[in-house]
Design a protein around this ligand. Structure first.
Ligand code: B12
Ligand SMILES: *[C@@H]1O[C@H](CO)[C@@H](O)[C@H](O)[C@H]1NC(C)=O
Ligand SMILES: *[C@@H]1O[C@H](CO)[C@@H](O)[C@H](O)[C@H]1NC(C)=O
Ligand SMILES: *[C@@H]1O[C@H](CO)[C@@H](O)[C@H](O)[C@H]1NC(C)=O
Ligand SMILES: *[C@@H]1O[C@H](CO)[C@@H](O)[C@H](O)[C@H]1NC(C)=O
Length: 143
């Protein structure tokens, strides 16, 4: 009797374990495949150069996550930020080019929506949530 109970408990645990692992694998695979594609263009208005990258953002995730992912995957893209207590990360430099207070230069965050209209984002990279297939611009410019 006790042995039967023990055996069925072990069986239940084994079955549950297998199922849970399958579910885990499905969840992990699903999460990886479900990242939303976006385009990121880095444009320098003074040097008249630009570079467009394809990257991806977690569903509902912030732009900063897509930029970190891209920095990990593509050695031609890098950036630095400075934490602001009120607004989160301020984008200081992209691909080695940094904004300078004295020059009045900075990296402006712009968005081309999928409907074709383009705008200056009302929040920084740590708060902006890109929609799938959106085209984001980091434009080096003056204020
Ligand atoms: C001046 C200003 C700027 C200047 C700051 C440079 C300078 N030397 O003055 C410039 C033009 C660079 C700027 C840029 C941006 N700004 Co601005 N900016 C302001 C503004 C009008 C005043 C800030 C200020 O001088 N405060 C007084 C000083 C004494 O306080 P402070 O803490 O030292 O101020 C610093 C921070 O505000 C910081 N800062 C300025 N903007 C932003 C944006 C972000 C995301 C962060 C983290 C920090 C930051 O720079 C200031 C000077 O060092 C505020 C609105 C307001 N009325 O407060 C918006 C404001 C802070 N900016 C805003 C935004 C959205 C941006 C941009 C993201 C716009 C864009 N799409 O490109 C970019 C930042 C992009 C990046 N590189 O990360 C928003 C932030 C909202 C949010 N929740 O994220 C605000 C509130 C305006 C708004 N939309 O209502 N900005
Ligand atoms: C900045 O971004 C916009 C998209 O909103 C783009 O059309 C424009 O050419 C860019 N500017 C520069 C100076 O590269
Ligand atoms: C990128 O650079 C090319 C070649 O200089 C130019 O024709 C194009 O308008 C630029 N695009 C943006 C978005 O700045
Ligand atoms: C960032 O990119 C620029 C341009 O490709 C490069 O010159 C610089 O060395 C890079 N910086 C780091 C820390 O990788
Ligand atoms: C385009 O989409 C944006 C964001 O979804 C919206 O705010 C804007 O009003 C739209 N513009 C047009 C012309 O449809």
């Amino acid at each position: 009797m006790a042995a039967t109970t023990l055996l069925s408990t072990v069986l239940v645990l084994l079955v549950t374990g297998t199922l849970c692992n399958r579910v885990l694998v499905l969840l992990v695979t699903g999460t990886l495949c479900n990242r939303d594609p976006i385009m990121l263009t880095v444009a320098n208005g003074f040097r008249h150069t630009n570079h467009t990258y394809s990257t991806s953002v977690a569903p509902g995730g912030v732009l900063l996550g897509a930029m970190k992912q891209l920095q990990k995957d593509d050695s031609s893209f890098n950036f630095t930020t400075k934490e602001n207590p009120d607004y989160g990360p301020f984008l200081v430099s992209v691909n080695g080019v940094a904004g300078k207070k004295g020059d009045g230069t900075y990296w402006q965050l712009r968005v081309d929506y999928v409907n074709g209209s383009s705008t200056v984002a009302q929040v920084g990279v740590g708060c902006y949530i890109p929609k799938p297939n959106e085209h984001i611009f980091l434009n080096f410019t003056t204020y």
